[in-house]
Design a protein around this ligand. Structure first.
Ligand SMILES: CC(C)(COP(=O)(O)OP(=O)(O)OC[C@H]1O[C@@H](n2cnc3c(N)ncnc32)[C@H](O)[C@@H]1OP(=O)(O)O)[C@@H](O)C(=O)NCCC(=O)NCCS
Length: 416
């Protein structure tokens, strides 16, 4: 008999051992390393923002996972979102549907909590896509010499940030969140770690005492034994306005005499417009004349878990002033209670769900693609073109595209 339980005490110890075997890269070899992780897990759980659960069979723990209670900006509204991390299964019980049962529990748990959406960073995108998670925005890594950045911003307004700036960072991030789509509210643990990490440097731009942008970065040595050759790696880049951006870039420009390249890890496809030379130093060419400017990665994935609640959450969102009605036919093989035919009535951009009508145009897709569409990671036209969505009357393709379209792809600066 299998059961899923909260992990505390001895069960948390057992989960640390499962994690050590499932993620050899984390290097949890010694008892001291394992104890440190156990303590950190217990601390995270005490914060109330993170919960550990595991699957038990006949008194033995076969696998575990970590839940994060997030609040996310979805288009124009804030909504609770469940984050899943640290999924790990006992090596001797792999391929016995332990992960399957745990993911299903996770989805139902957040449905019961009133969330309409979940998110995770996949170890393998295909594994979770089959489970109905859709791709979010990709990340780009640009690697440019500091001298390639503009230098005319107000560098003198940039300074190191200290604990005294914590409220300022939270407020600045919060205002940035309001301007954008997809960000999770910054939780206490993530905010603290910006200030407590022994390797992270934090600098910010202030205008009349108000923090309006910041970067969190580390130095990365380029070669063993060469203490003068280093890069800057940017982990978090937040700016509320163009003055903040210009000032932070001028600060980075000023590092040119000691830093080889600045690695920007950002969900921004257009950052190359800023650099005097956008090439990333790899010298790789894509035939015939395309210079490699950035490398990209697929990461954060989203999954809708409750369609009626999703549209209730978005009841005041303006879907681009559109007026139309259609039936959304959603496939969800993992979570059948989410699957269905939903009548969507959109009047002047405001959507209300109704019963599906026999003469409705029918728009159909899998929950994975719908999750990408509703978060703004992709438009309906592309899904249709890629044969990832269908419509019973192609004449309505543009109307559906216009309705779901947003210029702001979802951003995520939260690691979990
Ligand atoms: C990756 C890992 C979690 C997988 O765990 P697992 O328990 O072996 O996986 P499962 O047996 O549950 O495999 C998933 C099952 O879900 C099934 N499944 C997936 N989507 C489904 C869907 N929509 N409907 C029905 N079944 C579905 C798959 O078919 C598979 O079953 P099968 O093997 O019988 O085909 C485990 O190998 C592990 O711990 N790896 C190391 C750590 C890691 O990388 N974790 C992931 C971090 S995000």
């Amino acid at each position: 008999m299998r059961e899923i339980e909260r992990l505390t005490g001895k069960l948390l110890d057992a989960f640390v051992t499962i994690t050590a075997n499932a993620y050899p890269g984390i290097k949890l070899a010694t008892d001291a390393e394992k104890e440190r992780l156990r303590e950190r897990m217990a601390q995270m759980q005490d914060s109330g923002e993170v919960h550990f659960y595991g699957l038990m069979e006949d008194g033995a723990l076969l696998g575990g996972m970590r839940f994060h209670d997030y609040t996310m900006k979805l288009r124009s509204t804030m909504t609770p979102v469940g984050g899943l991390g640290g999924v790990a299964v006992d090596l001797t019980h792999k391929k016995e549907k332990v992960a399957y049962e745990m993911v299903l529990f996770f989805l139902r748990h957040y449905r019961e909590q009133g969330a309409c959406l979940t998110a995770l960073y996949p170890f393998r995108p295909d594994f979770y896509r089959r489970m109905g998670f859709g791709y979010g925005s990709k990340i780009s890594q640009y690697r440019v010499p500091p001298a390639s950045l503009p230098r005319d911003g107000e560098k003198t307004a940039v300074s190191f940030l200290t604990e005294a700036d914590k409220a300022g960072v939270k407020a600045c991030y919060g205002r940035f969140l309001q301007q954008t789509n997809g960000l999770m509210e910054k939780q206490a643990y993530a905010l603290d770690s910006l200030f407590t990490s022994p390797t992270l440097k934090l600098v910010g731009y202030k205008q009349q005492g108000e923090l309006q942008g910041y970067i969190a970065f580390t130095f990365k040595m380029c070669e063993e034994g060469n203490f003068l050759w280093q890069d800057i790696v940017i982990h978090e880049f937040v700016y509320e306005n163009r003055m903040a951006l210009a000032a932070l870039l001028a600060f980075l420009h000023a590092q040119a005499d000691q830093v080889d390249r600045i690695a920007f890890n950002v969900q921004d496809d257009n950052l190359h417009f800023i650099f005097t030379d956008p090439r990333n130093g790899s010298k790789r060419m894509i035939p015939v004349v395309w210079h490699e400017s950035n490398t990209q990665g697929v990461g954060i994935m989203y999954r809708v878990i409750d369609v009626p609640r999703l549209f209730a959450v978005l009841a005041d969102h303006d879907f681009n002033g559109q007026s139309c009605r259609f039936t959304l036919s959603l496939r969800d093989s993992l979570l059948p209670e989410n699957e269905g035919r939903y009548g969507v009535a959109c009047v002047n951009g405001r959507i209300a769900l109704t019963a599906s009508q026999p003469d409705d145009v029918v728009v159909s897709m899998d929950v994975a693609e719908f999750s990408s569409l509703i978060t703004g990671a992709i438009g309906f036209n592309e899904l249709y073109r890629f044969n990832l969505a269908d419509i019973s009357d192609a004449a309505y393709t543009d109307a559906i595209h216009q309705l779901f379209w947003t210029a702001q792809k979802p951003l995520c600066l939260t690691s979990f």
